[in-house]
Ligand binder design. Structure first.
Ligand SMILES: Cc1ncc(COP(=O)(O)O)c(C=O)c1O
Length: 435
């Protein structure tokens, strides 16, 4: 194996990659520069991460200043000023009553943290038998063992299936092509799918169930938008049975759906929110788990010198990440980014729905600045057509993403109509050129 190919790329077709590597060496604003000097329009905002554009000068300056002031400080029993400040700001942005923030380094770690907090909370209240965790088919909650266990995407689970976390069930996913294909925004059909949670309550008894985790809008599985009333119904059923509701907002927080959180946009407040990505605009890895006040309070038990929750990461609240987060939240405010994203949503919807009727397109879905265009799979080669669209667009100077045969879009929060038009037209040309 040649050492110049030592890098094993994540979630990548590695053999195909090394035949024709795609390497980015610089970025500014809405464009990447490749190692062969090409400029690419980024239609995916990094990896759902960088809604404010790349190398935003205010975030760059904040990180530069921080690295020269405090590089790292012990994070257990000691902390740094920036982590305290960022937690305060995240809590202020979160739905009312969610005032505690636990920092992680990624979405996957946020999910593990949320699941552990849920279990610890029930135990602290004397309901330690509530151990079952419920996810949803087609859910994506990162790649650690808890996350793939509650997740519902078969390829992420199959090699590890014998070792998944025990005591996990899934409610059914919310997609039904016959009832919702080509819907703009939220489908009107499907609120009743939330009742599937009652089936699991019947099966196990609520007294054994700790938490339900769902993405408010499922991202990685190909943009599944919740039916109108569905999330409200999940909230009601969780309340009825004392089950904690966790919203995995790793993608949907910080403007992606034209609001600080999907919880805010849908008007449904969960007990725990997991975030990452847009928290620092992708500049330094960081995640945050936002928790309802009462959950934290219940865990504050035992002698005061004792650690209350045996959980944390060396880099929880890392000062560089926290400085990037503070600058990012400031720019969201200064540029009114969430409102801008909301105002751009209809323009984006119009653009991607113009792909209806193009070759291979069997559905178009959108919510906020999240979009998915589903293609009919090629006979015997699921995902090949989606991958070809991604490659063609990359060659043509536009970065989008494919999850199997769903072409996915995640434009910048301040995208212009021209940029959105160019991204969609590039996909259109790719579709027309493909078998
Ligand atoms: C909803 C959701 N949860 C968790 C994750 C995992 O985040 P990370 O890749 O930072 O571990 C992702 C990543 O895309 C995600 O979309």
């Amino acid at each position: 194996m040649p050492h110049d190919q030592a890098f094993w790329l994540p979630f990548t077709a590695n053999r195909s990659f090394w035949k024709s590597p795609r390497v980015i060496t610089a970025a500014r604003g809405h464009y990447y520069t490749t190692d062969d000097g090409r400029q690419l329009l980024d239609g995916f905002s990094g990896l759902w991460t960088s809604g404010l554009g790349h190398c935003h000068p205010k975030i760059v300056a904040a990180v530069q200043e921080q690295v020269a002031t405090l590089d790292y400080a012990m994070g257990f029993q000691v902390t740094n000023d920036k982590a305290i400040a960022l937690a305060r700001e995240v809590a202020a942005l979160a739905p009312a009553g969610m005032g505690k923030v636990f920092f992680t380094n990624s979405g996957s770690e946020s999910v593990e943290t949320a699941l552990k907090i849920a279990l610890a909370w029930h135990r602290a209240r004397g309901e330690g038998q509530r151990t079952r965790l419920i996810g949803r088919e087609r859910g994506y909650h990162g790649v650690n063992f808890g996350g793939i266990s509650v997740g519902g995407i078969a390829p992420n689970r199959k090699a590890f299936s014998a070792n998944l976390v025990p005591g996990v069930d899934h409610i059914r996913h919310t997609y039904s092509a016959g009832d919702m294909a080509f819907t703009r925004g939220q489908p009107t059909w499907g609120a009743h799918l939330a009742d599937d949670l009652e089936r699991l309550v019947m099966l196990h008894d609520a007294s054994n169930i700790a938490a339900l985790i769902v993405e408010p809008v499922a991202g990685s599985t190909g943009i599944l938008v919740p039916p109108l009333g569905y999330l409200q119904r999940l909230r009601e059923i969780c309340d009825k049975h004392g089950i904690l509701l966790i919203f995995d907002e790793v993608i949907t927080a910080f403007g992606r759906v034209g609001a600080p959180f999907a919880s805010t946009r849908f008007g449904v407040t969960p007990d725990i929110i997991t975030t990452a990505k847009g928290l620092t605009n992708g500049v330094v890895p960081m995640g945050a788990v936002i928790v309802r006040d009462g959950i934290f309070d219940a865990l504050m038990q035992g002698p005061e010198h004792m650690v209350e929750l045996f959980h944390g990461y060396t880099y929880s609240g890392h000062p560089l990440a926290a400085a990037a987060g503070l600058a990012t939240l400031a720019v969201y405010r200064e540029e009114d980014s969430f409102a801008r994203a909301r105002a751009t949503e209809p323009v984006f919807a119009e653009e991607i729905h113009s792909l209806r009727g193009e070759p291979h397109v069997i559905d178009v879905r959108n919510f906020g600045l999240m979009g998915g265009v589903e293609l009919a799979p090629r006979e015997g080669a699921v995902g090949a057509r989606g991958f070809d669209v991604f490659l063609k667009c990359f060659e043509a100077g536009v970065v989008i993403r494919n999850g199997g045969d769903v072409v996915q879009f995640s434009p910048f929060l301040d995208s212009t109509a021209d940029e959105l038009g160019r991204i969609v037209d590039t996909v259109r040309q790719a579709l027309r050129s493909l078998a």
